[in-house]
Write a protein that binds this ligand. Structure first.
Ligand code: NOJ
Ligand code: CA
Length: 675
C-alpha cells in the first residue's frame, strides 16, 4: 500500500517542485526495492541531465539527454511541465526462452517537457519515460503528435552515459561489418566508437551493461567516449546520406537500457531488455517450435562441399535425404540446407540480386525433399542468403514464405553477407532495421520462424515477435573453419556477458572433428567437452549441432547434443568471471531435468559446484561429459570422459576443466522414469 501512495503523493506535489528544479530538487524515481535511483535535473539554460545511483553510490554522473533534428532540437532549453508516475508488478510467460516466467517489476516516471520558445519558434512538447527495475533502468524519448509538426529528421541523439568509474569495458568496434569481432577488454576512457551492448566492470561488485530495447524504425545505438573520458555519447548509425532517423510524430525512441548488478552472472539473468519490449503480437503461437537442428553447412565452410553447382555441390536431394535420415535417427527436428537455390554460382555476395528464393538447382528436388522430411518427422530449414540485396529479397519473400508454408517448411535462416545493404546502407541503419522488421512480420504471416544472420544487433523484439527465434551478430563458429585467426579460448567465456545479453545467439557450436585440410592451422580453440557445454551456455531456441554428420558417428558424447533441450524452465549462473570462466545450469521445461555447461578460457580450472538448486530429498543421476585424461585444446581436444554418479541437493560436483576446456552434465531425477 505504501508503495502506491508515495508515487501518487509525489505526482500531486510535482508541479511545486518543477519551478525550482535544480540539482538539489532533482526529480527522481527508484526501483521497487529502493536500491537503484534515477534522477533528472535541468541546468540554468534548460539542458536536461540525469544521474544514476545504486545504494546511494554514483553509477552514472550527470549525463546530458537530448535529440537534435533538422527541424528542432530537444533537451537544451527544456522546462518540465508535469510528471506522471506509475508502477507495475506482473509476471508473463514467454513463448520460449531461458525461463518459463518473467517478472516485470518497475517504478515508472514519465516527465512531460517543453523545449523551445527560442528564436521566436514555438517549441516542442516531449516526454522522457523512465522505468527503474531492481536490476536496471530503461528510458526513452517520446514525441507526441502536435500542431505544426508531422515529420522530423533526427541528425543526432545526444544521450550520454557518464560512468562514474573508468572501469574495464568489453566491446567490439563499430564498423559496418556484421558485429563479427572479438570482444576486447579496455578502459572506458580508451574506447573508440563501439557497438552496444557494452559491458563494464566498474568495481568488483558493480557491473553495468549499456544497450537498447525495442529498436523499431530507428537507427542502432553505438557509443563513443567524449575525449579520453568515461563519458560515453550515443552515436546513431547513419543513412548513406548522413541523416540518422526519419520519423513522424507521434514517435518513440528505442529504450536506452542499463543493467546494473553486482555479479557477471546477474547480467546474464537480467530481463530488463525483454521487459521493455511490447508483449507478444502474434495471437496463435502454436506453430512456433524451438528445436535442435543439423545442416549441410560446415561442409561448405570447410570446402568439402560447394554452395554453387559443381561436382561437390552440397545441397543435393540425395545428400539432404542422408541428413534427414540422420536427423530422424538422432532426435533433431530440422535440417538446414544452404546452396539449394539459384544464385550461388560466381561471386554471390557481390551479386545478391541474382538470388532466387523459390527456384531450386536441378539436383535439389525441394518438393520431394519436403515430402521425405515430413514422412520422417523432420523439417527442411530453408536458407535465404541475400548477399545484402534487401530489395531483391523483399520482392520475393512473400511468395517464398508462401511456398515454404505449403511445403511444411517452418523455419528460414536469412543472411546478408555484404558490407552494405543494397550497396549503400549499413546493417545497423534505420534502412536495415526497417528491412529486418518487414521480414519478421511477413514470415509471421506465413507461420515461418526466422534465424537471422548478419542482423542488426538484437534488442529483445522476440518478445513481440517470438517467430524471431535466433540471430547471429557474433563472431561465430564459422571462423573456426577458415579464419586465419580462429576464435580464441577466451571468446566463448566472454560472449555470454556481451553479445548474448542482446538475446539468443546462433553461434552454431558442436564441432567434433578438428582436422582441417583446407586451413590446417585453423580449428576450434576448445576441447570437444567445451563444444558440448556451449550448447547449454550460449542460448538459442534453434540450436545447431554444426559438424558434418559423419563426424558424429560412433561418438558417445554426441548423446549430449542429441538430447540437449532448447526451451527452459529456469536458468542459474552459479559461477562466472568475464573472459575467464562461466557455469550455467538450466532446467528443462518439459521434464525438470537440469543441464549444466561449464567452460573455461585457456587456463585449466578445477571447481567444486554445489548442487543446492536440486529439489531437497530427491535422488538424481548426474551424467558427466568432461574433459578426459590429458585433454587440452591445443594438443588433445577430443578426449572426453563420460561418467555417471548419484547426486542430491547436498552434493557438490568436482569438475576438472582442461586448458580451453569444459564440462557438460545432465542431472535427471532417479524416480522420474529417465531415459
Ligand atoms: C554467413 C553465415 O553466417 C553462414 O552461416 C552462412 O553459411 C554463410 N554466410 C553463407 O550464407
Ligand atoms: Ca556470419
Amino acid at each position: 500500500m505504501r508503495r502506491l501512495i508515495i508515487p501518487a503523493l509525489a505526482a500531486l506535489l510535482a508541479p511545486a517542485i518543477f519551478s525550482a528544479c535544480t540539482e538539489s530538487h532533482a526529480m527522481e524515481v527508484s526501483s521497487p526495492d529502493g536500491r537503484l535511483n534515477f534522477s533528472l535535473h535541468l541546468d540554468d539554460e534548460g539542458q536536461l541531465y540525469y544521474k544514476v545511483r545504486k545504494d546511494g553510490t554514483a553509477v552514472v554522473d550527470s549525463s546530458a539527454l537530448g535529440i537534435s533534428c533538422k527541424e528542432f532540437s530537444l533537451g537544451h532549453h527544456s522546462e518540465i511541465k508535469r510528471v506522471e508516475r506509475t508502477s507495475k508488478d506482473e509476471t508473463w510467460m514467454p513463448v520460449w526462452g531461458e525461463e518459463s516466467e518473467i517478472r516485470n517489476h518497475y517504478n515508472e516516471m514519465c516527465v512531460h517537457l517543453h523545449d523551445g520558445d527560442i528564436d521566436g519558434k514555438t517549441g516542442i512538447d516531449y516526454m522522457l519515460r523512465v522505468r527503474v527495475f531492481p536490476d536496471g533502468i530503461g528510458f526513452r524519448y517520446e514525441i507526441p503528435g502536435q500542431e505544426g509538426m508531422e515529420s522530423m529528421t533526427i541528425m543526432d541523439e545526444l544521450t550520454e552515459f557518464a560512468l562514474h568509474e573508468d572501469g574495464v569495458a568489453w566491446s567490439i568496434p563499430w564498423n559496418h561489418e556484421y558485429y563479427e569481432h572479438l570482444y576486447e577488454p579496455s578502459l572506458i576512457s580508451k574506447l573508440d566508437t563501439v557497438c552496444s551492448p557494452l559491458t563494464v566492470k566498474m568495481t568488483d561488485s558493480l557491473y553495468v551493461s549499456i544497450h537498447e530495447a525495442a529498436l523499431e524504425d530507428y537507427a542502432a545505438m553505438n557509443l563513443s567516449p567524449v575525449g579520453n573520458s568515461t563519458r560515453l555519447r550515443t552515436w546513431l548509425t547513419p543513412w548513406s546520406t548522413g541523416e540518422k532517423v526519419f520519423a513522424n510524430a507521434p514517435m518513440k525512441s528505442p529504450w536506452r537500457t542499463m543493467t546494473i548488478v553486482s555479479t557477471p552472472g546477474e547480467l546474464m539473468l537480467s530481463r530488463v531488455m525483454l521487459n521493455l519490449n511490447e508483449p507478444c503480437a502474434i495471437e496463435d503461437t502454436s506453430w512456433i517450435e524451438p528445436s535442435r537442428y543439423i545442416g549441410i553447412w560446415w561442409g561448405m565452410h570447410r570446402q568439402a562441399y560447394t554452395w554453387g553447382q559443381g561436382p561437390t555441390h552440397g545441397a543435393t536431394t540425395e545428400n539432404t535425404k542422408r541428413y534427414m535420415d540422420f536427423a530422424a535417427d538422432n532426435g533433431f527436428g530440422g535440417v538446414l540446407v544452404e546452396g539449394w537455390n539459384k544464385g550461388w554460382d560466381g561471386d554471390w555476395s557481390a551479386n545478391g540480386d541474382q538470388f532466387s528464393f523459390t527456384e531450386a538447382y536441378p539436383d535439389f528436388d525441394i518438393e520431394e525433399i519436403a515430402r521425405y522430411g515430413s514422412s520422417k518427422g523432420v523439417r527442411l530449414i530453408g536458407h535465404h542468403e541475400t548477399g545484402g540485396a534487401a530489395l531483391n529479397y523483399e520482392s520475393q519473400m512473400d511468395s517464398a514464405f508462401a511456398m515454404y508454408n505449403r511445403l511444411g517448411i517452418n523455419s528460414v535462416k536469412t543472411g546478408y553477407v555484404n558490407p552494405l545493404m543494397d550497396g549503400k546502407e549499413y546493417h545497423s541503419s534505420q534502412y536495415a532495421v526497417r528491412h529486418y522488421r518487414k521480414v519478421i512480420e511477413t514470415a509471421a504471416k506465413h507461420h515461418i520462424m526466422i534465424d537471422n544472420h548478419e542482423p542488426v544487433m538484437p534488442t529483445g523484439l522476440q518478445r513481440t515477435y517470438p517467430n524471431l527465434m535466433t540471430q547471429e551478430g557474433v563472431r561465430g563458429c564459422e571462423y573456426d573453419a577458415w579464419s586465419p585467426e580462429a576464435n580464441p579460448p577466451e571468446h566463448a567465456v566472454t560472449i555470454p556477458f556481451t553479445r548474448c545479453l542482446a538475446g539468443p545467439v546462433d553461434y552454431t557450436p558442436g564441432i567434433f572433428n578438428y582436422d582441417n585440410p583446407v586451413a590446417p592451422h585453423t580449428r576450434p580453440q576448445t576441447t570437444v567437452a567445451k563444444q558440448l557445454a556451449m550448447s547449454v551456455v550460449l542460448y538459442s531456441p534453434l540450436q545447431m549441432a554444426s559438424d558434418m554428420i559423419e563426424n558424429y558417428e560412433g561418438k558417445p558424447e554426441f548423446e549430449f547434443l542429441q538430447r540437449c533441450p532448447v526451451d527452459w524452465n529456469k536458468t542459474l549462473v552459479p559461477e562466472a568471471k568475464i573472459g575467464e570462466y562461466v557455469t550455467v545450469a538450466r532446467q528443462d521445461k518439459e521434464n525438470g531435468d537440469w543441464w549444466l555447461g561449464a567452460m573455461t578460457n585457456r587456463n585449466a580450472r578445477r571447481t567444486k559446484l554445489p548442487l543446492d538448486f536440486l529439489e531437497p530429498g530427491k535422488k538424481y543421476t548426474a551424467k558427466i561429459f568432461a574433459d578426459g585424461e590429458g585433454a587440452d585444446y591445443r594438443s588433445n581436444p577430443g578426449a572426453v570422459a563420460i561418467s555417471e554418479i548419484e547426486v542430491d541437493s547436498t552434493s557438490a560436483l568436482n569438475l576438472n576443466l582442461a586448458s580451453g576446456g569444459g564440462a557438460a552434465v545432465i542431472i535427471s531425477r532417479k524416480d522420474a522414469g529417465q531415459k
